[in-house]
Design a protein around this ligand. Structure first.
Ligand SMILES: Nc1nc2c(ncn2[C@@H]2O[C@H](COP(=O)(O)OP(=O)(O)OP(=O)(O)O)[C@@H](O)[C@H]2O)c(=O)[nH]1
Ligand SMILES: [Mg+2]
Length: 464
């Protein structure tokens, strides 16, 4: 829970991660910032705004110089939070931090809550909620694609899309109200026809935005790729080869993997969560194995991409069609034929002859021969996988929906608009259009979001 938000309290927090470092930065925000800065500089006047100034920092407790560092003074409203703020660039290390914290506390400042600086920036109109969320995403970004998406959202692309829709709705609403006022004068229907066109266009734009199959959300959270196939095909070996480390247990015993094993990899800038699963066979040998198979199929059903792994050297073994088919769909499945090192005839003709033995329902899949054991073909497969992922998740012209919170609001907005379109009385159309606008306003934080703020800013780190 956050306390006395934004009103009165002057807050501070280390902005940099704790630990030994060359420099650490402490950020201050609130009405007492200027006063605190004067005290820290032993009574010297405030330094010129936005200019790095080297200064001796003096303890308010015992008058001792506790460090020599750089201070920056950003008078409000031209600051990140919109309030008076300052930064102290002091030497890294715990004793310096402790001295600074003690002094700031003794001057009546308090430690900031997680996300409190960004929350104040939002409350002073410096950024909208989508931009605030993007700051948290940028801090958390682990791959280049995540960074790009977060940066784009931080620059306001997504917020502008929603604001644009909100303004169009506002305009439609103004016309609707005119319609209602003039109803008695028998204004011809073409006015409302124009409005219906506008609303229909918005419904379509929102539909397209929603139909992105969660690409933006996937990029934020990680794209789910699952390896499935019969026991002993080399699924765990493949996971290890793709990850280039020994994550999953490999053994000659069929039924080695019982549970889902998950790792995160950075696939040419895209965040991928790769999962190894229990082998699928018709007759499970134990209750544990059948539970493992159930989990494997459930995970495959939710995955963004499936890799079906088979022992390419032993395609005569029965492959459970029912089980595999349940887990696959035409568009997002790759077939890996593993153990190519065991083939007697590894020539192109030999591979093709072997592929003829594949059951028909697998023959149309993009097929990759490799050996998880020797590493042969693994890089080519990784490149193909990265290519597939990039094709689906590459940035588009329009900004992508990145959070469930946005999705829910856009869905609600669209539902209101659809209802508006089927209503006849202008009063009812107007009411639904108003509700639709509210739903949009909640995304950027334009309307009643008080209940949302704690949830959104709770996930920030201290100092942001
Ligand atoms: N020769 C050869 N053997 C392999 C290859 N990949 C895996 N193996 C062997 O095949 C056996 C099974 O490998 P795993 O990776 O455990 O197979 P799995 O599909 O995970 O098996 P389950 O977890 O039981 O479903 C092990 O003895 C591996 O050493 C390969 O490319 N070539
Ligand atoms: Mg395994």
């Amino acid at each position: 829970m956050l306390h006395d938000i934004g009103h009165g309290a002057t807050i501070f927090a280390p902005v940099t991660a704790s630990g030994r470092a060359g420099v650490q930065i402490i950020r201050l925000s609130g009405p007492d910032t200027g006063n605190a800065l004067v005290r820290l500089r032993g009574g010297k006047p405030l330094p010129p705004p936005r200019r790095a100034t080297l200064t001796a920092l003096i303890s308010a407790i015992n008058g001792e110089i506790f460090d020599r560092g750089m201070v920056l003074w950003f008078p409000g409203p031209n600051s990140f939070t919109g309030e008076d703020t300052a930064e102290l660039h002091v030497h890294g290390g715990r004793a310096v931090l402790q001295a600074a914290v003690e002094t700031l506390l003794s001057l009546g400042l308090r430690m900031a809550e997680p996300g409190e600086f960004t929350r104040r920036a939002f409350e002073h109109g410096k950024l909208d909620l989508t931009e605030a969320e993007a700051i948290a995403d940028l801090v958390d970004a682990e791959t280049a694609a995540q960074r790009r998406q977060a940066l784009r959202q931080m620059q306001g692309d997504l917020g502008q899309l929603y604001e644009g829709w909100r303004k169009e709705l506002l305009r439609a609403l103004a016309y609707l109200e005119a319609d209602i006022d003039f109803a008695e004068d028998d204004v011809p229907d073409d006015l409302s026809l124009g409005i219906k066109d506008d609303l229909t266009r918005l419904v379509e734009a929102m539909g397209a935005h929603l139909a992105d199959a969660g690409r933006g959300e996937r990029l934020r959270e990680g794209i789910s790729v699952v390896i499935i196939g019969p026991p002993n095909a080399g699924k765990s070996s493949l996971l290890n080869a793709l990850a280039r480390r020994d994550v999953a247990i490999v053994s000659a015993e069929a039924g080695t993997t019982r549970d889902i094993i998950e790792i995160q990899i950075d696939l040419k800038g895209y965040p991928v969560i790769l999962a190894d699963t229990a082998g699928l066979r018709q007759a499970a040998q134990s209750a544990i194995e059948s539970e493992g198979m159930r989990r494997a199929l459930a995970r495959a059903g939710q995955a963004d991409l499936r890799i079906i792994a088979l022992d390419g050297a032993a395609l005569t073994e029965p492959i459970s069609r029912a089980e595999l088919e349940e887990a696959m769909s035409d568009t997002d499945c790759l077939l890996v034929l593993n153990k190519c090192d065991l083939l007697v005839d590894g020539s192109r003709a030999g591979l093709q002859a072997q592929e003829k033995r594949l059951p028909p329902f697998l023959r149309h899949l993009p097929t990759y021969w490799l050996s998880a054991q020797t590493g042969h073909g693994v890089q080519a497969f990784l490149d193909a996988l990265a290519g597939d992922v990039a094709r689906v998740y590459a940035p588009t012209a329009a900004p992508l929906l990145t959070r469930t919170r946005h999705r829910v609001a856009v869905e609600a907005c669209r539902a209101h608009l659809l209802r508006a379109l089927s209503a006849h009385a202008p009063e009812l159309v107007a009411e639904d259009a108003r509700l639709a606008m509210r739903a949009l306003g909640r995304i950027t934080g334009r309307v009643d979001v008080e209940d949302l703020l704690d949830v959104i800013f709770r996930d920030f780190c201290i100092g942001k």
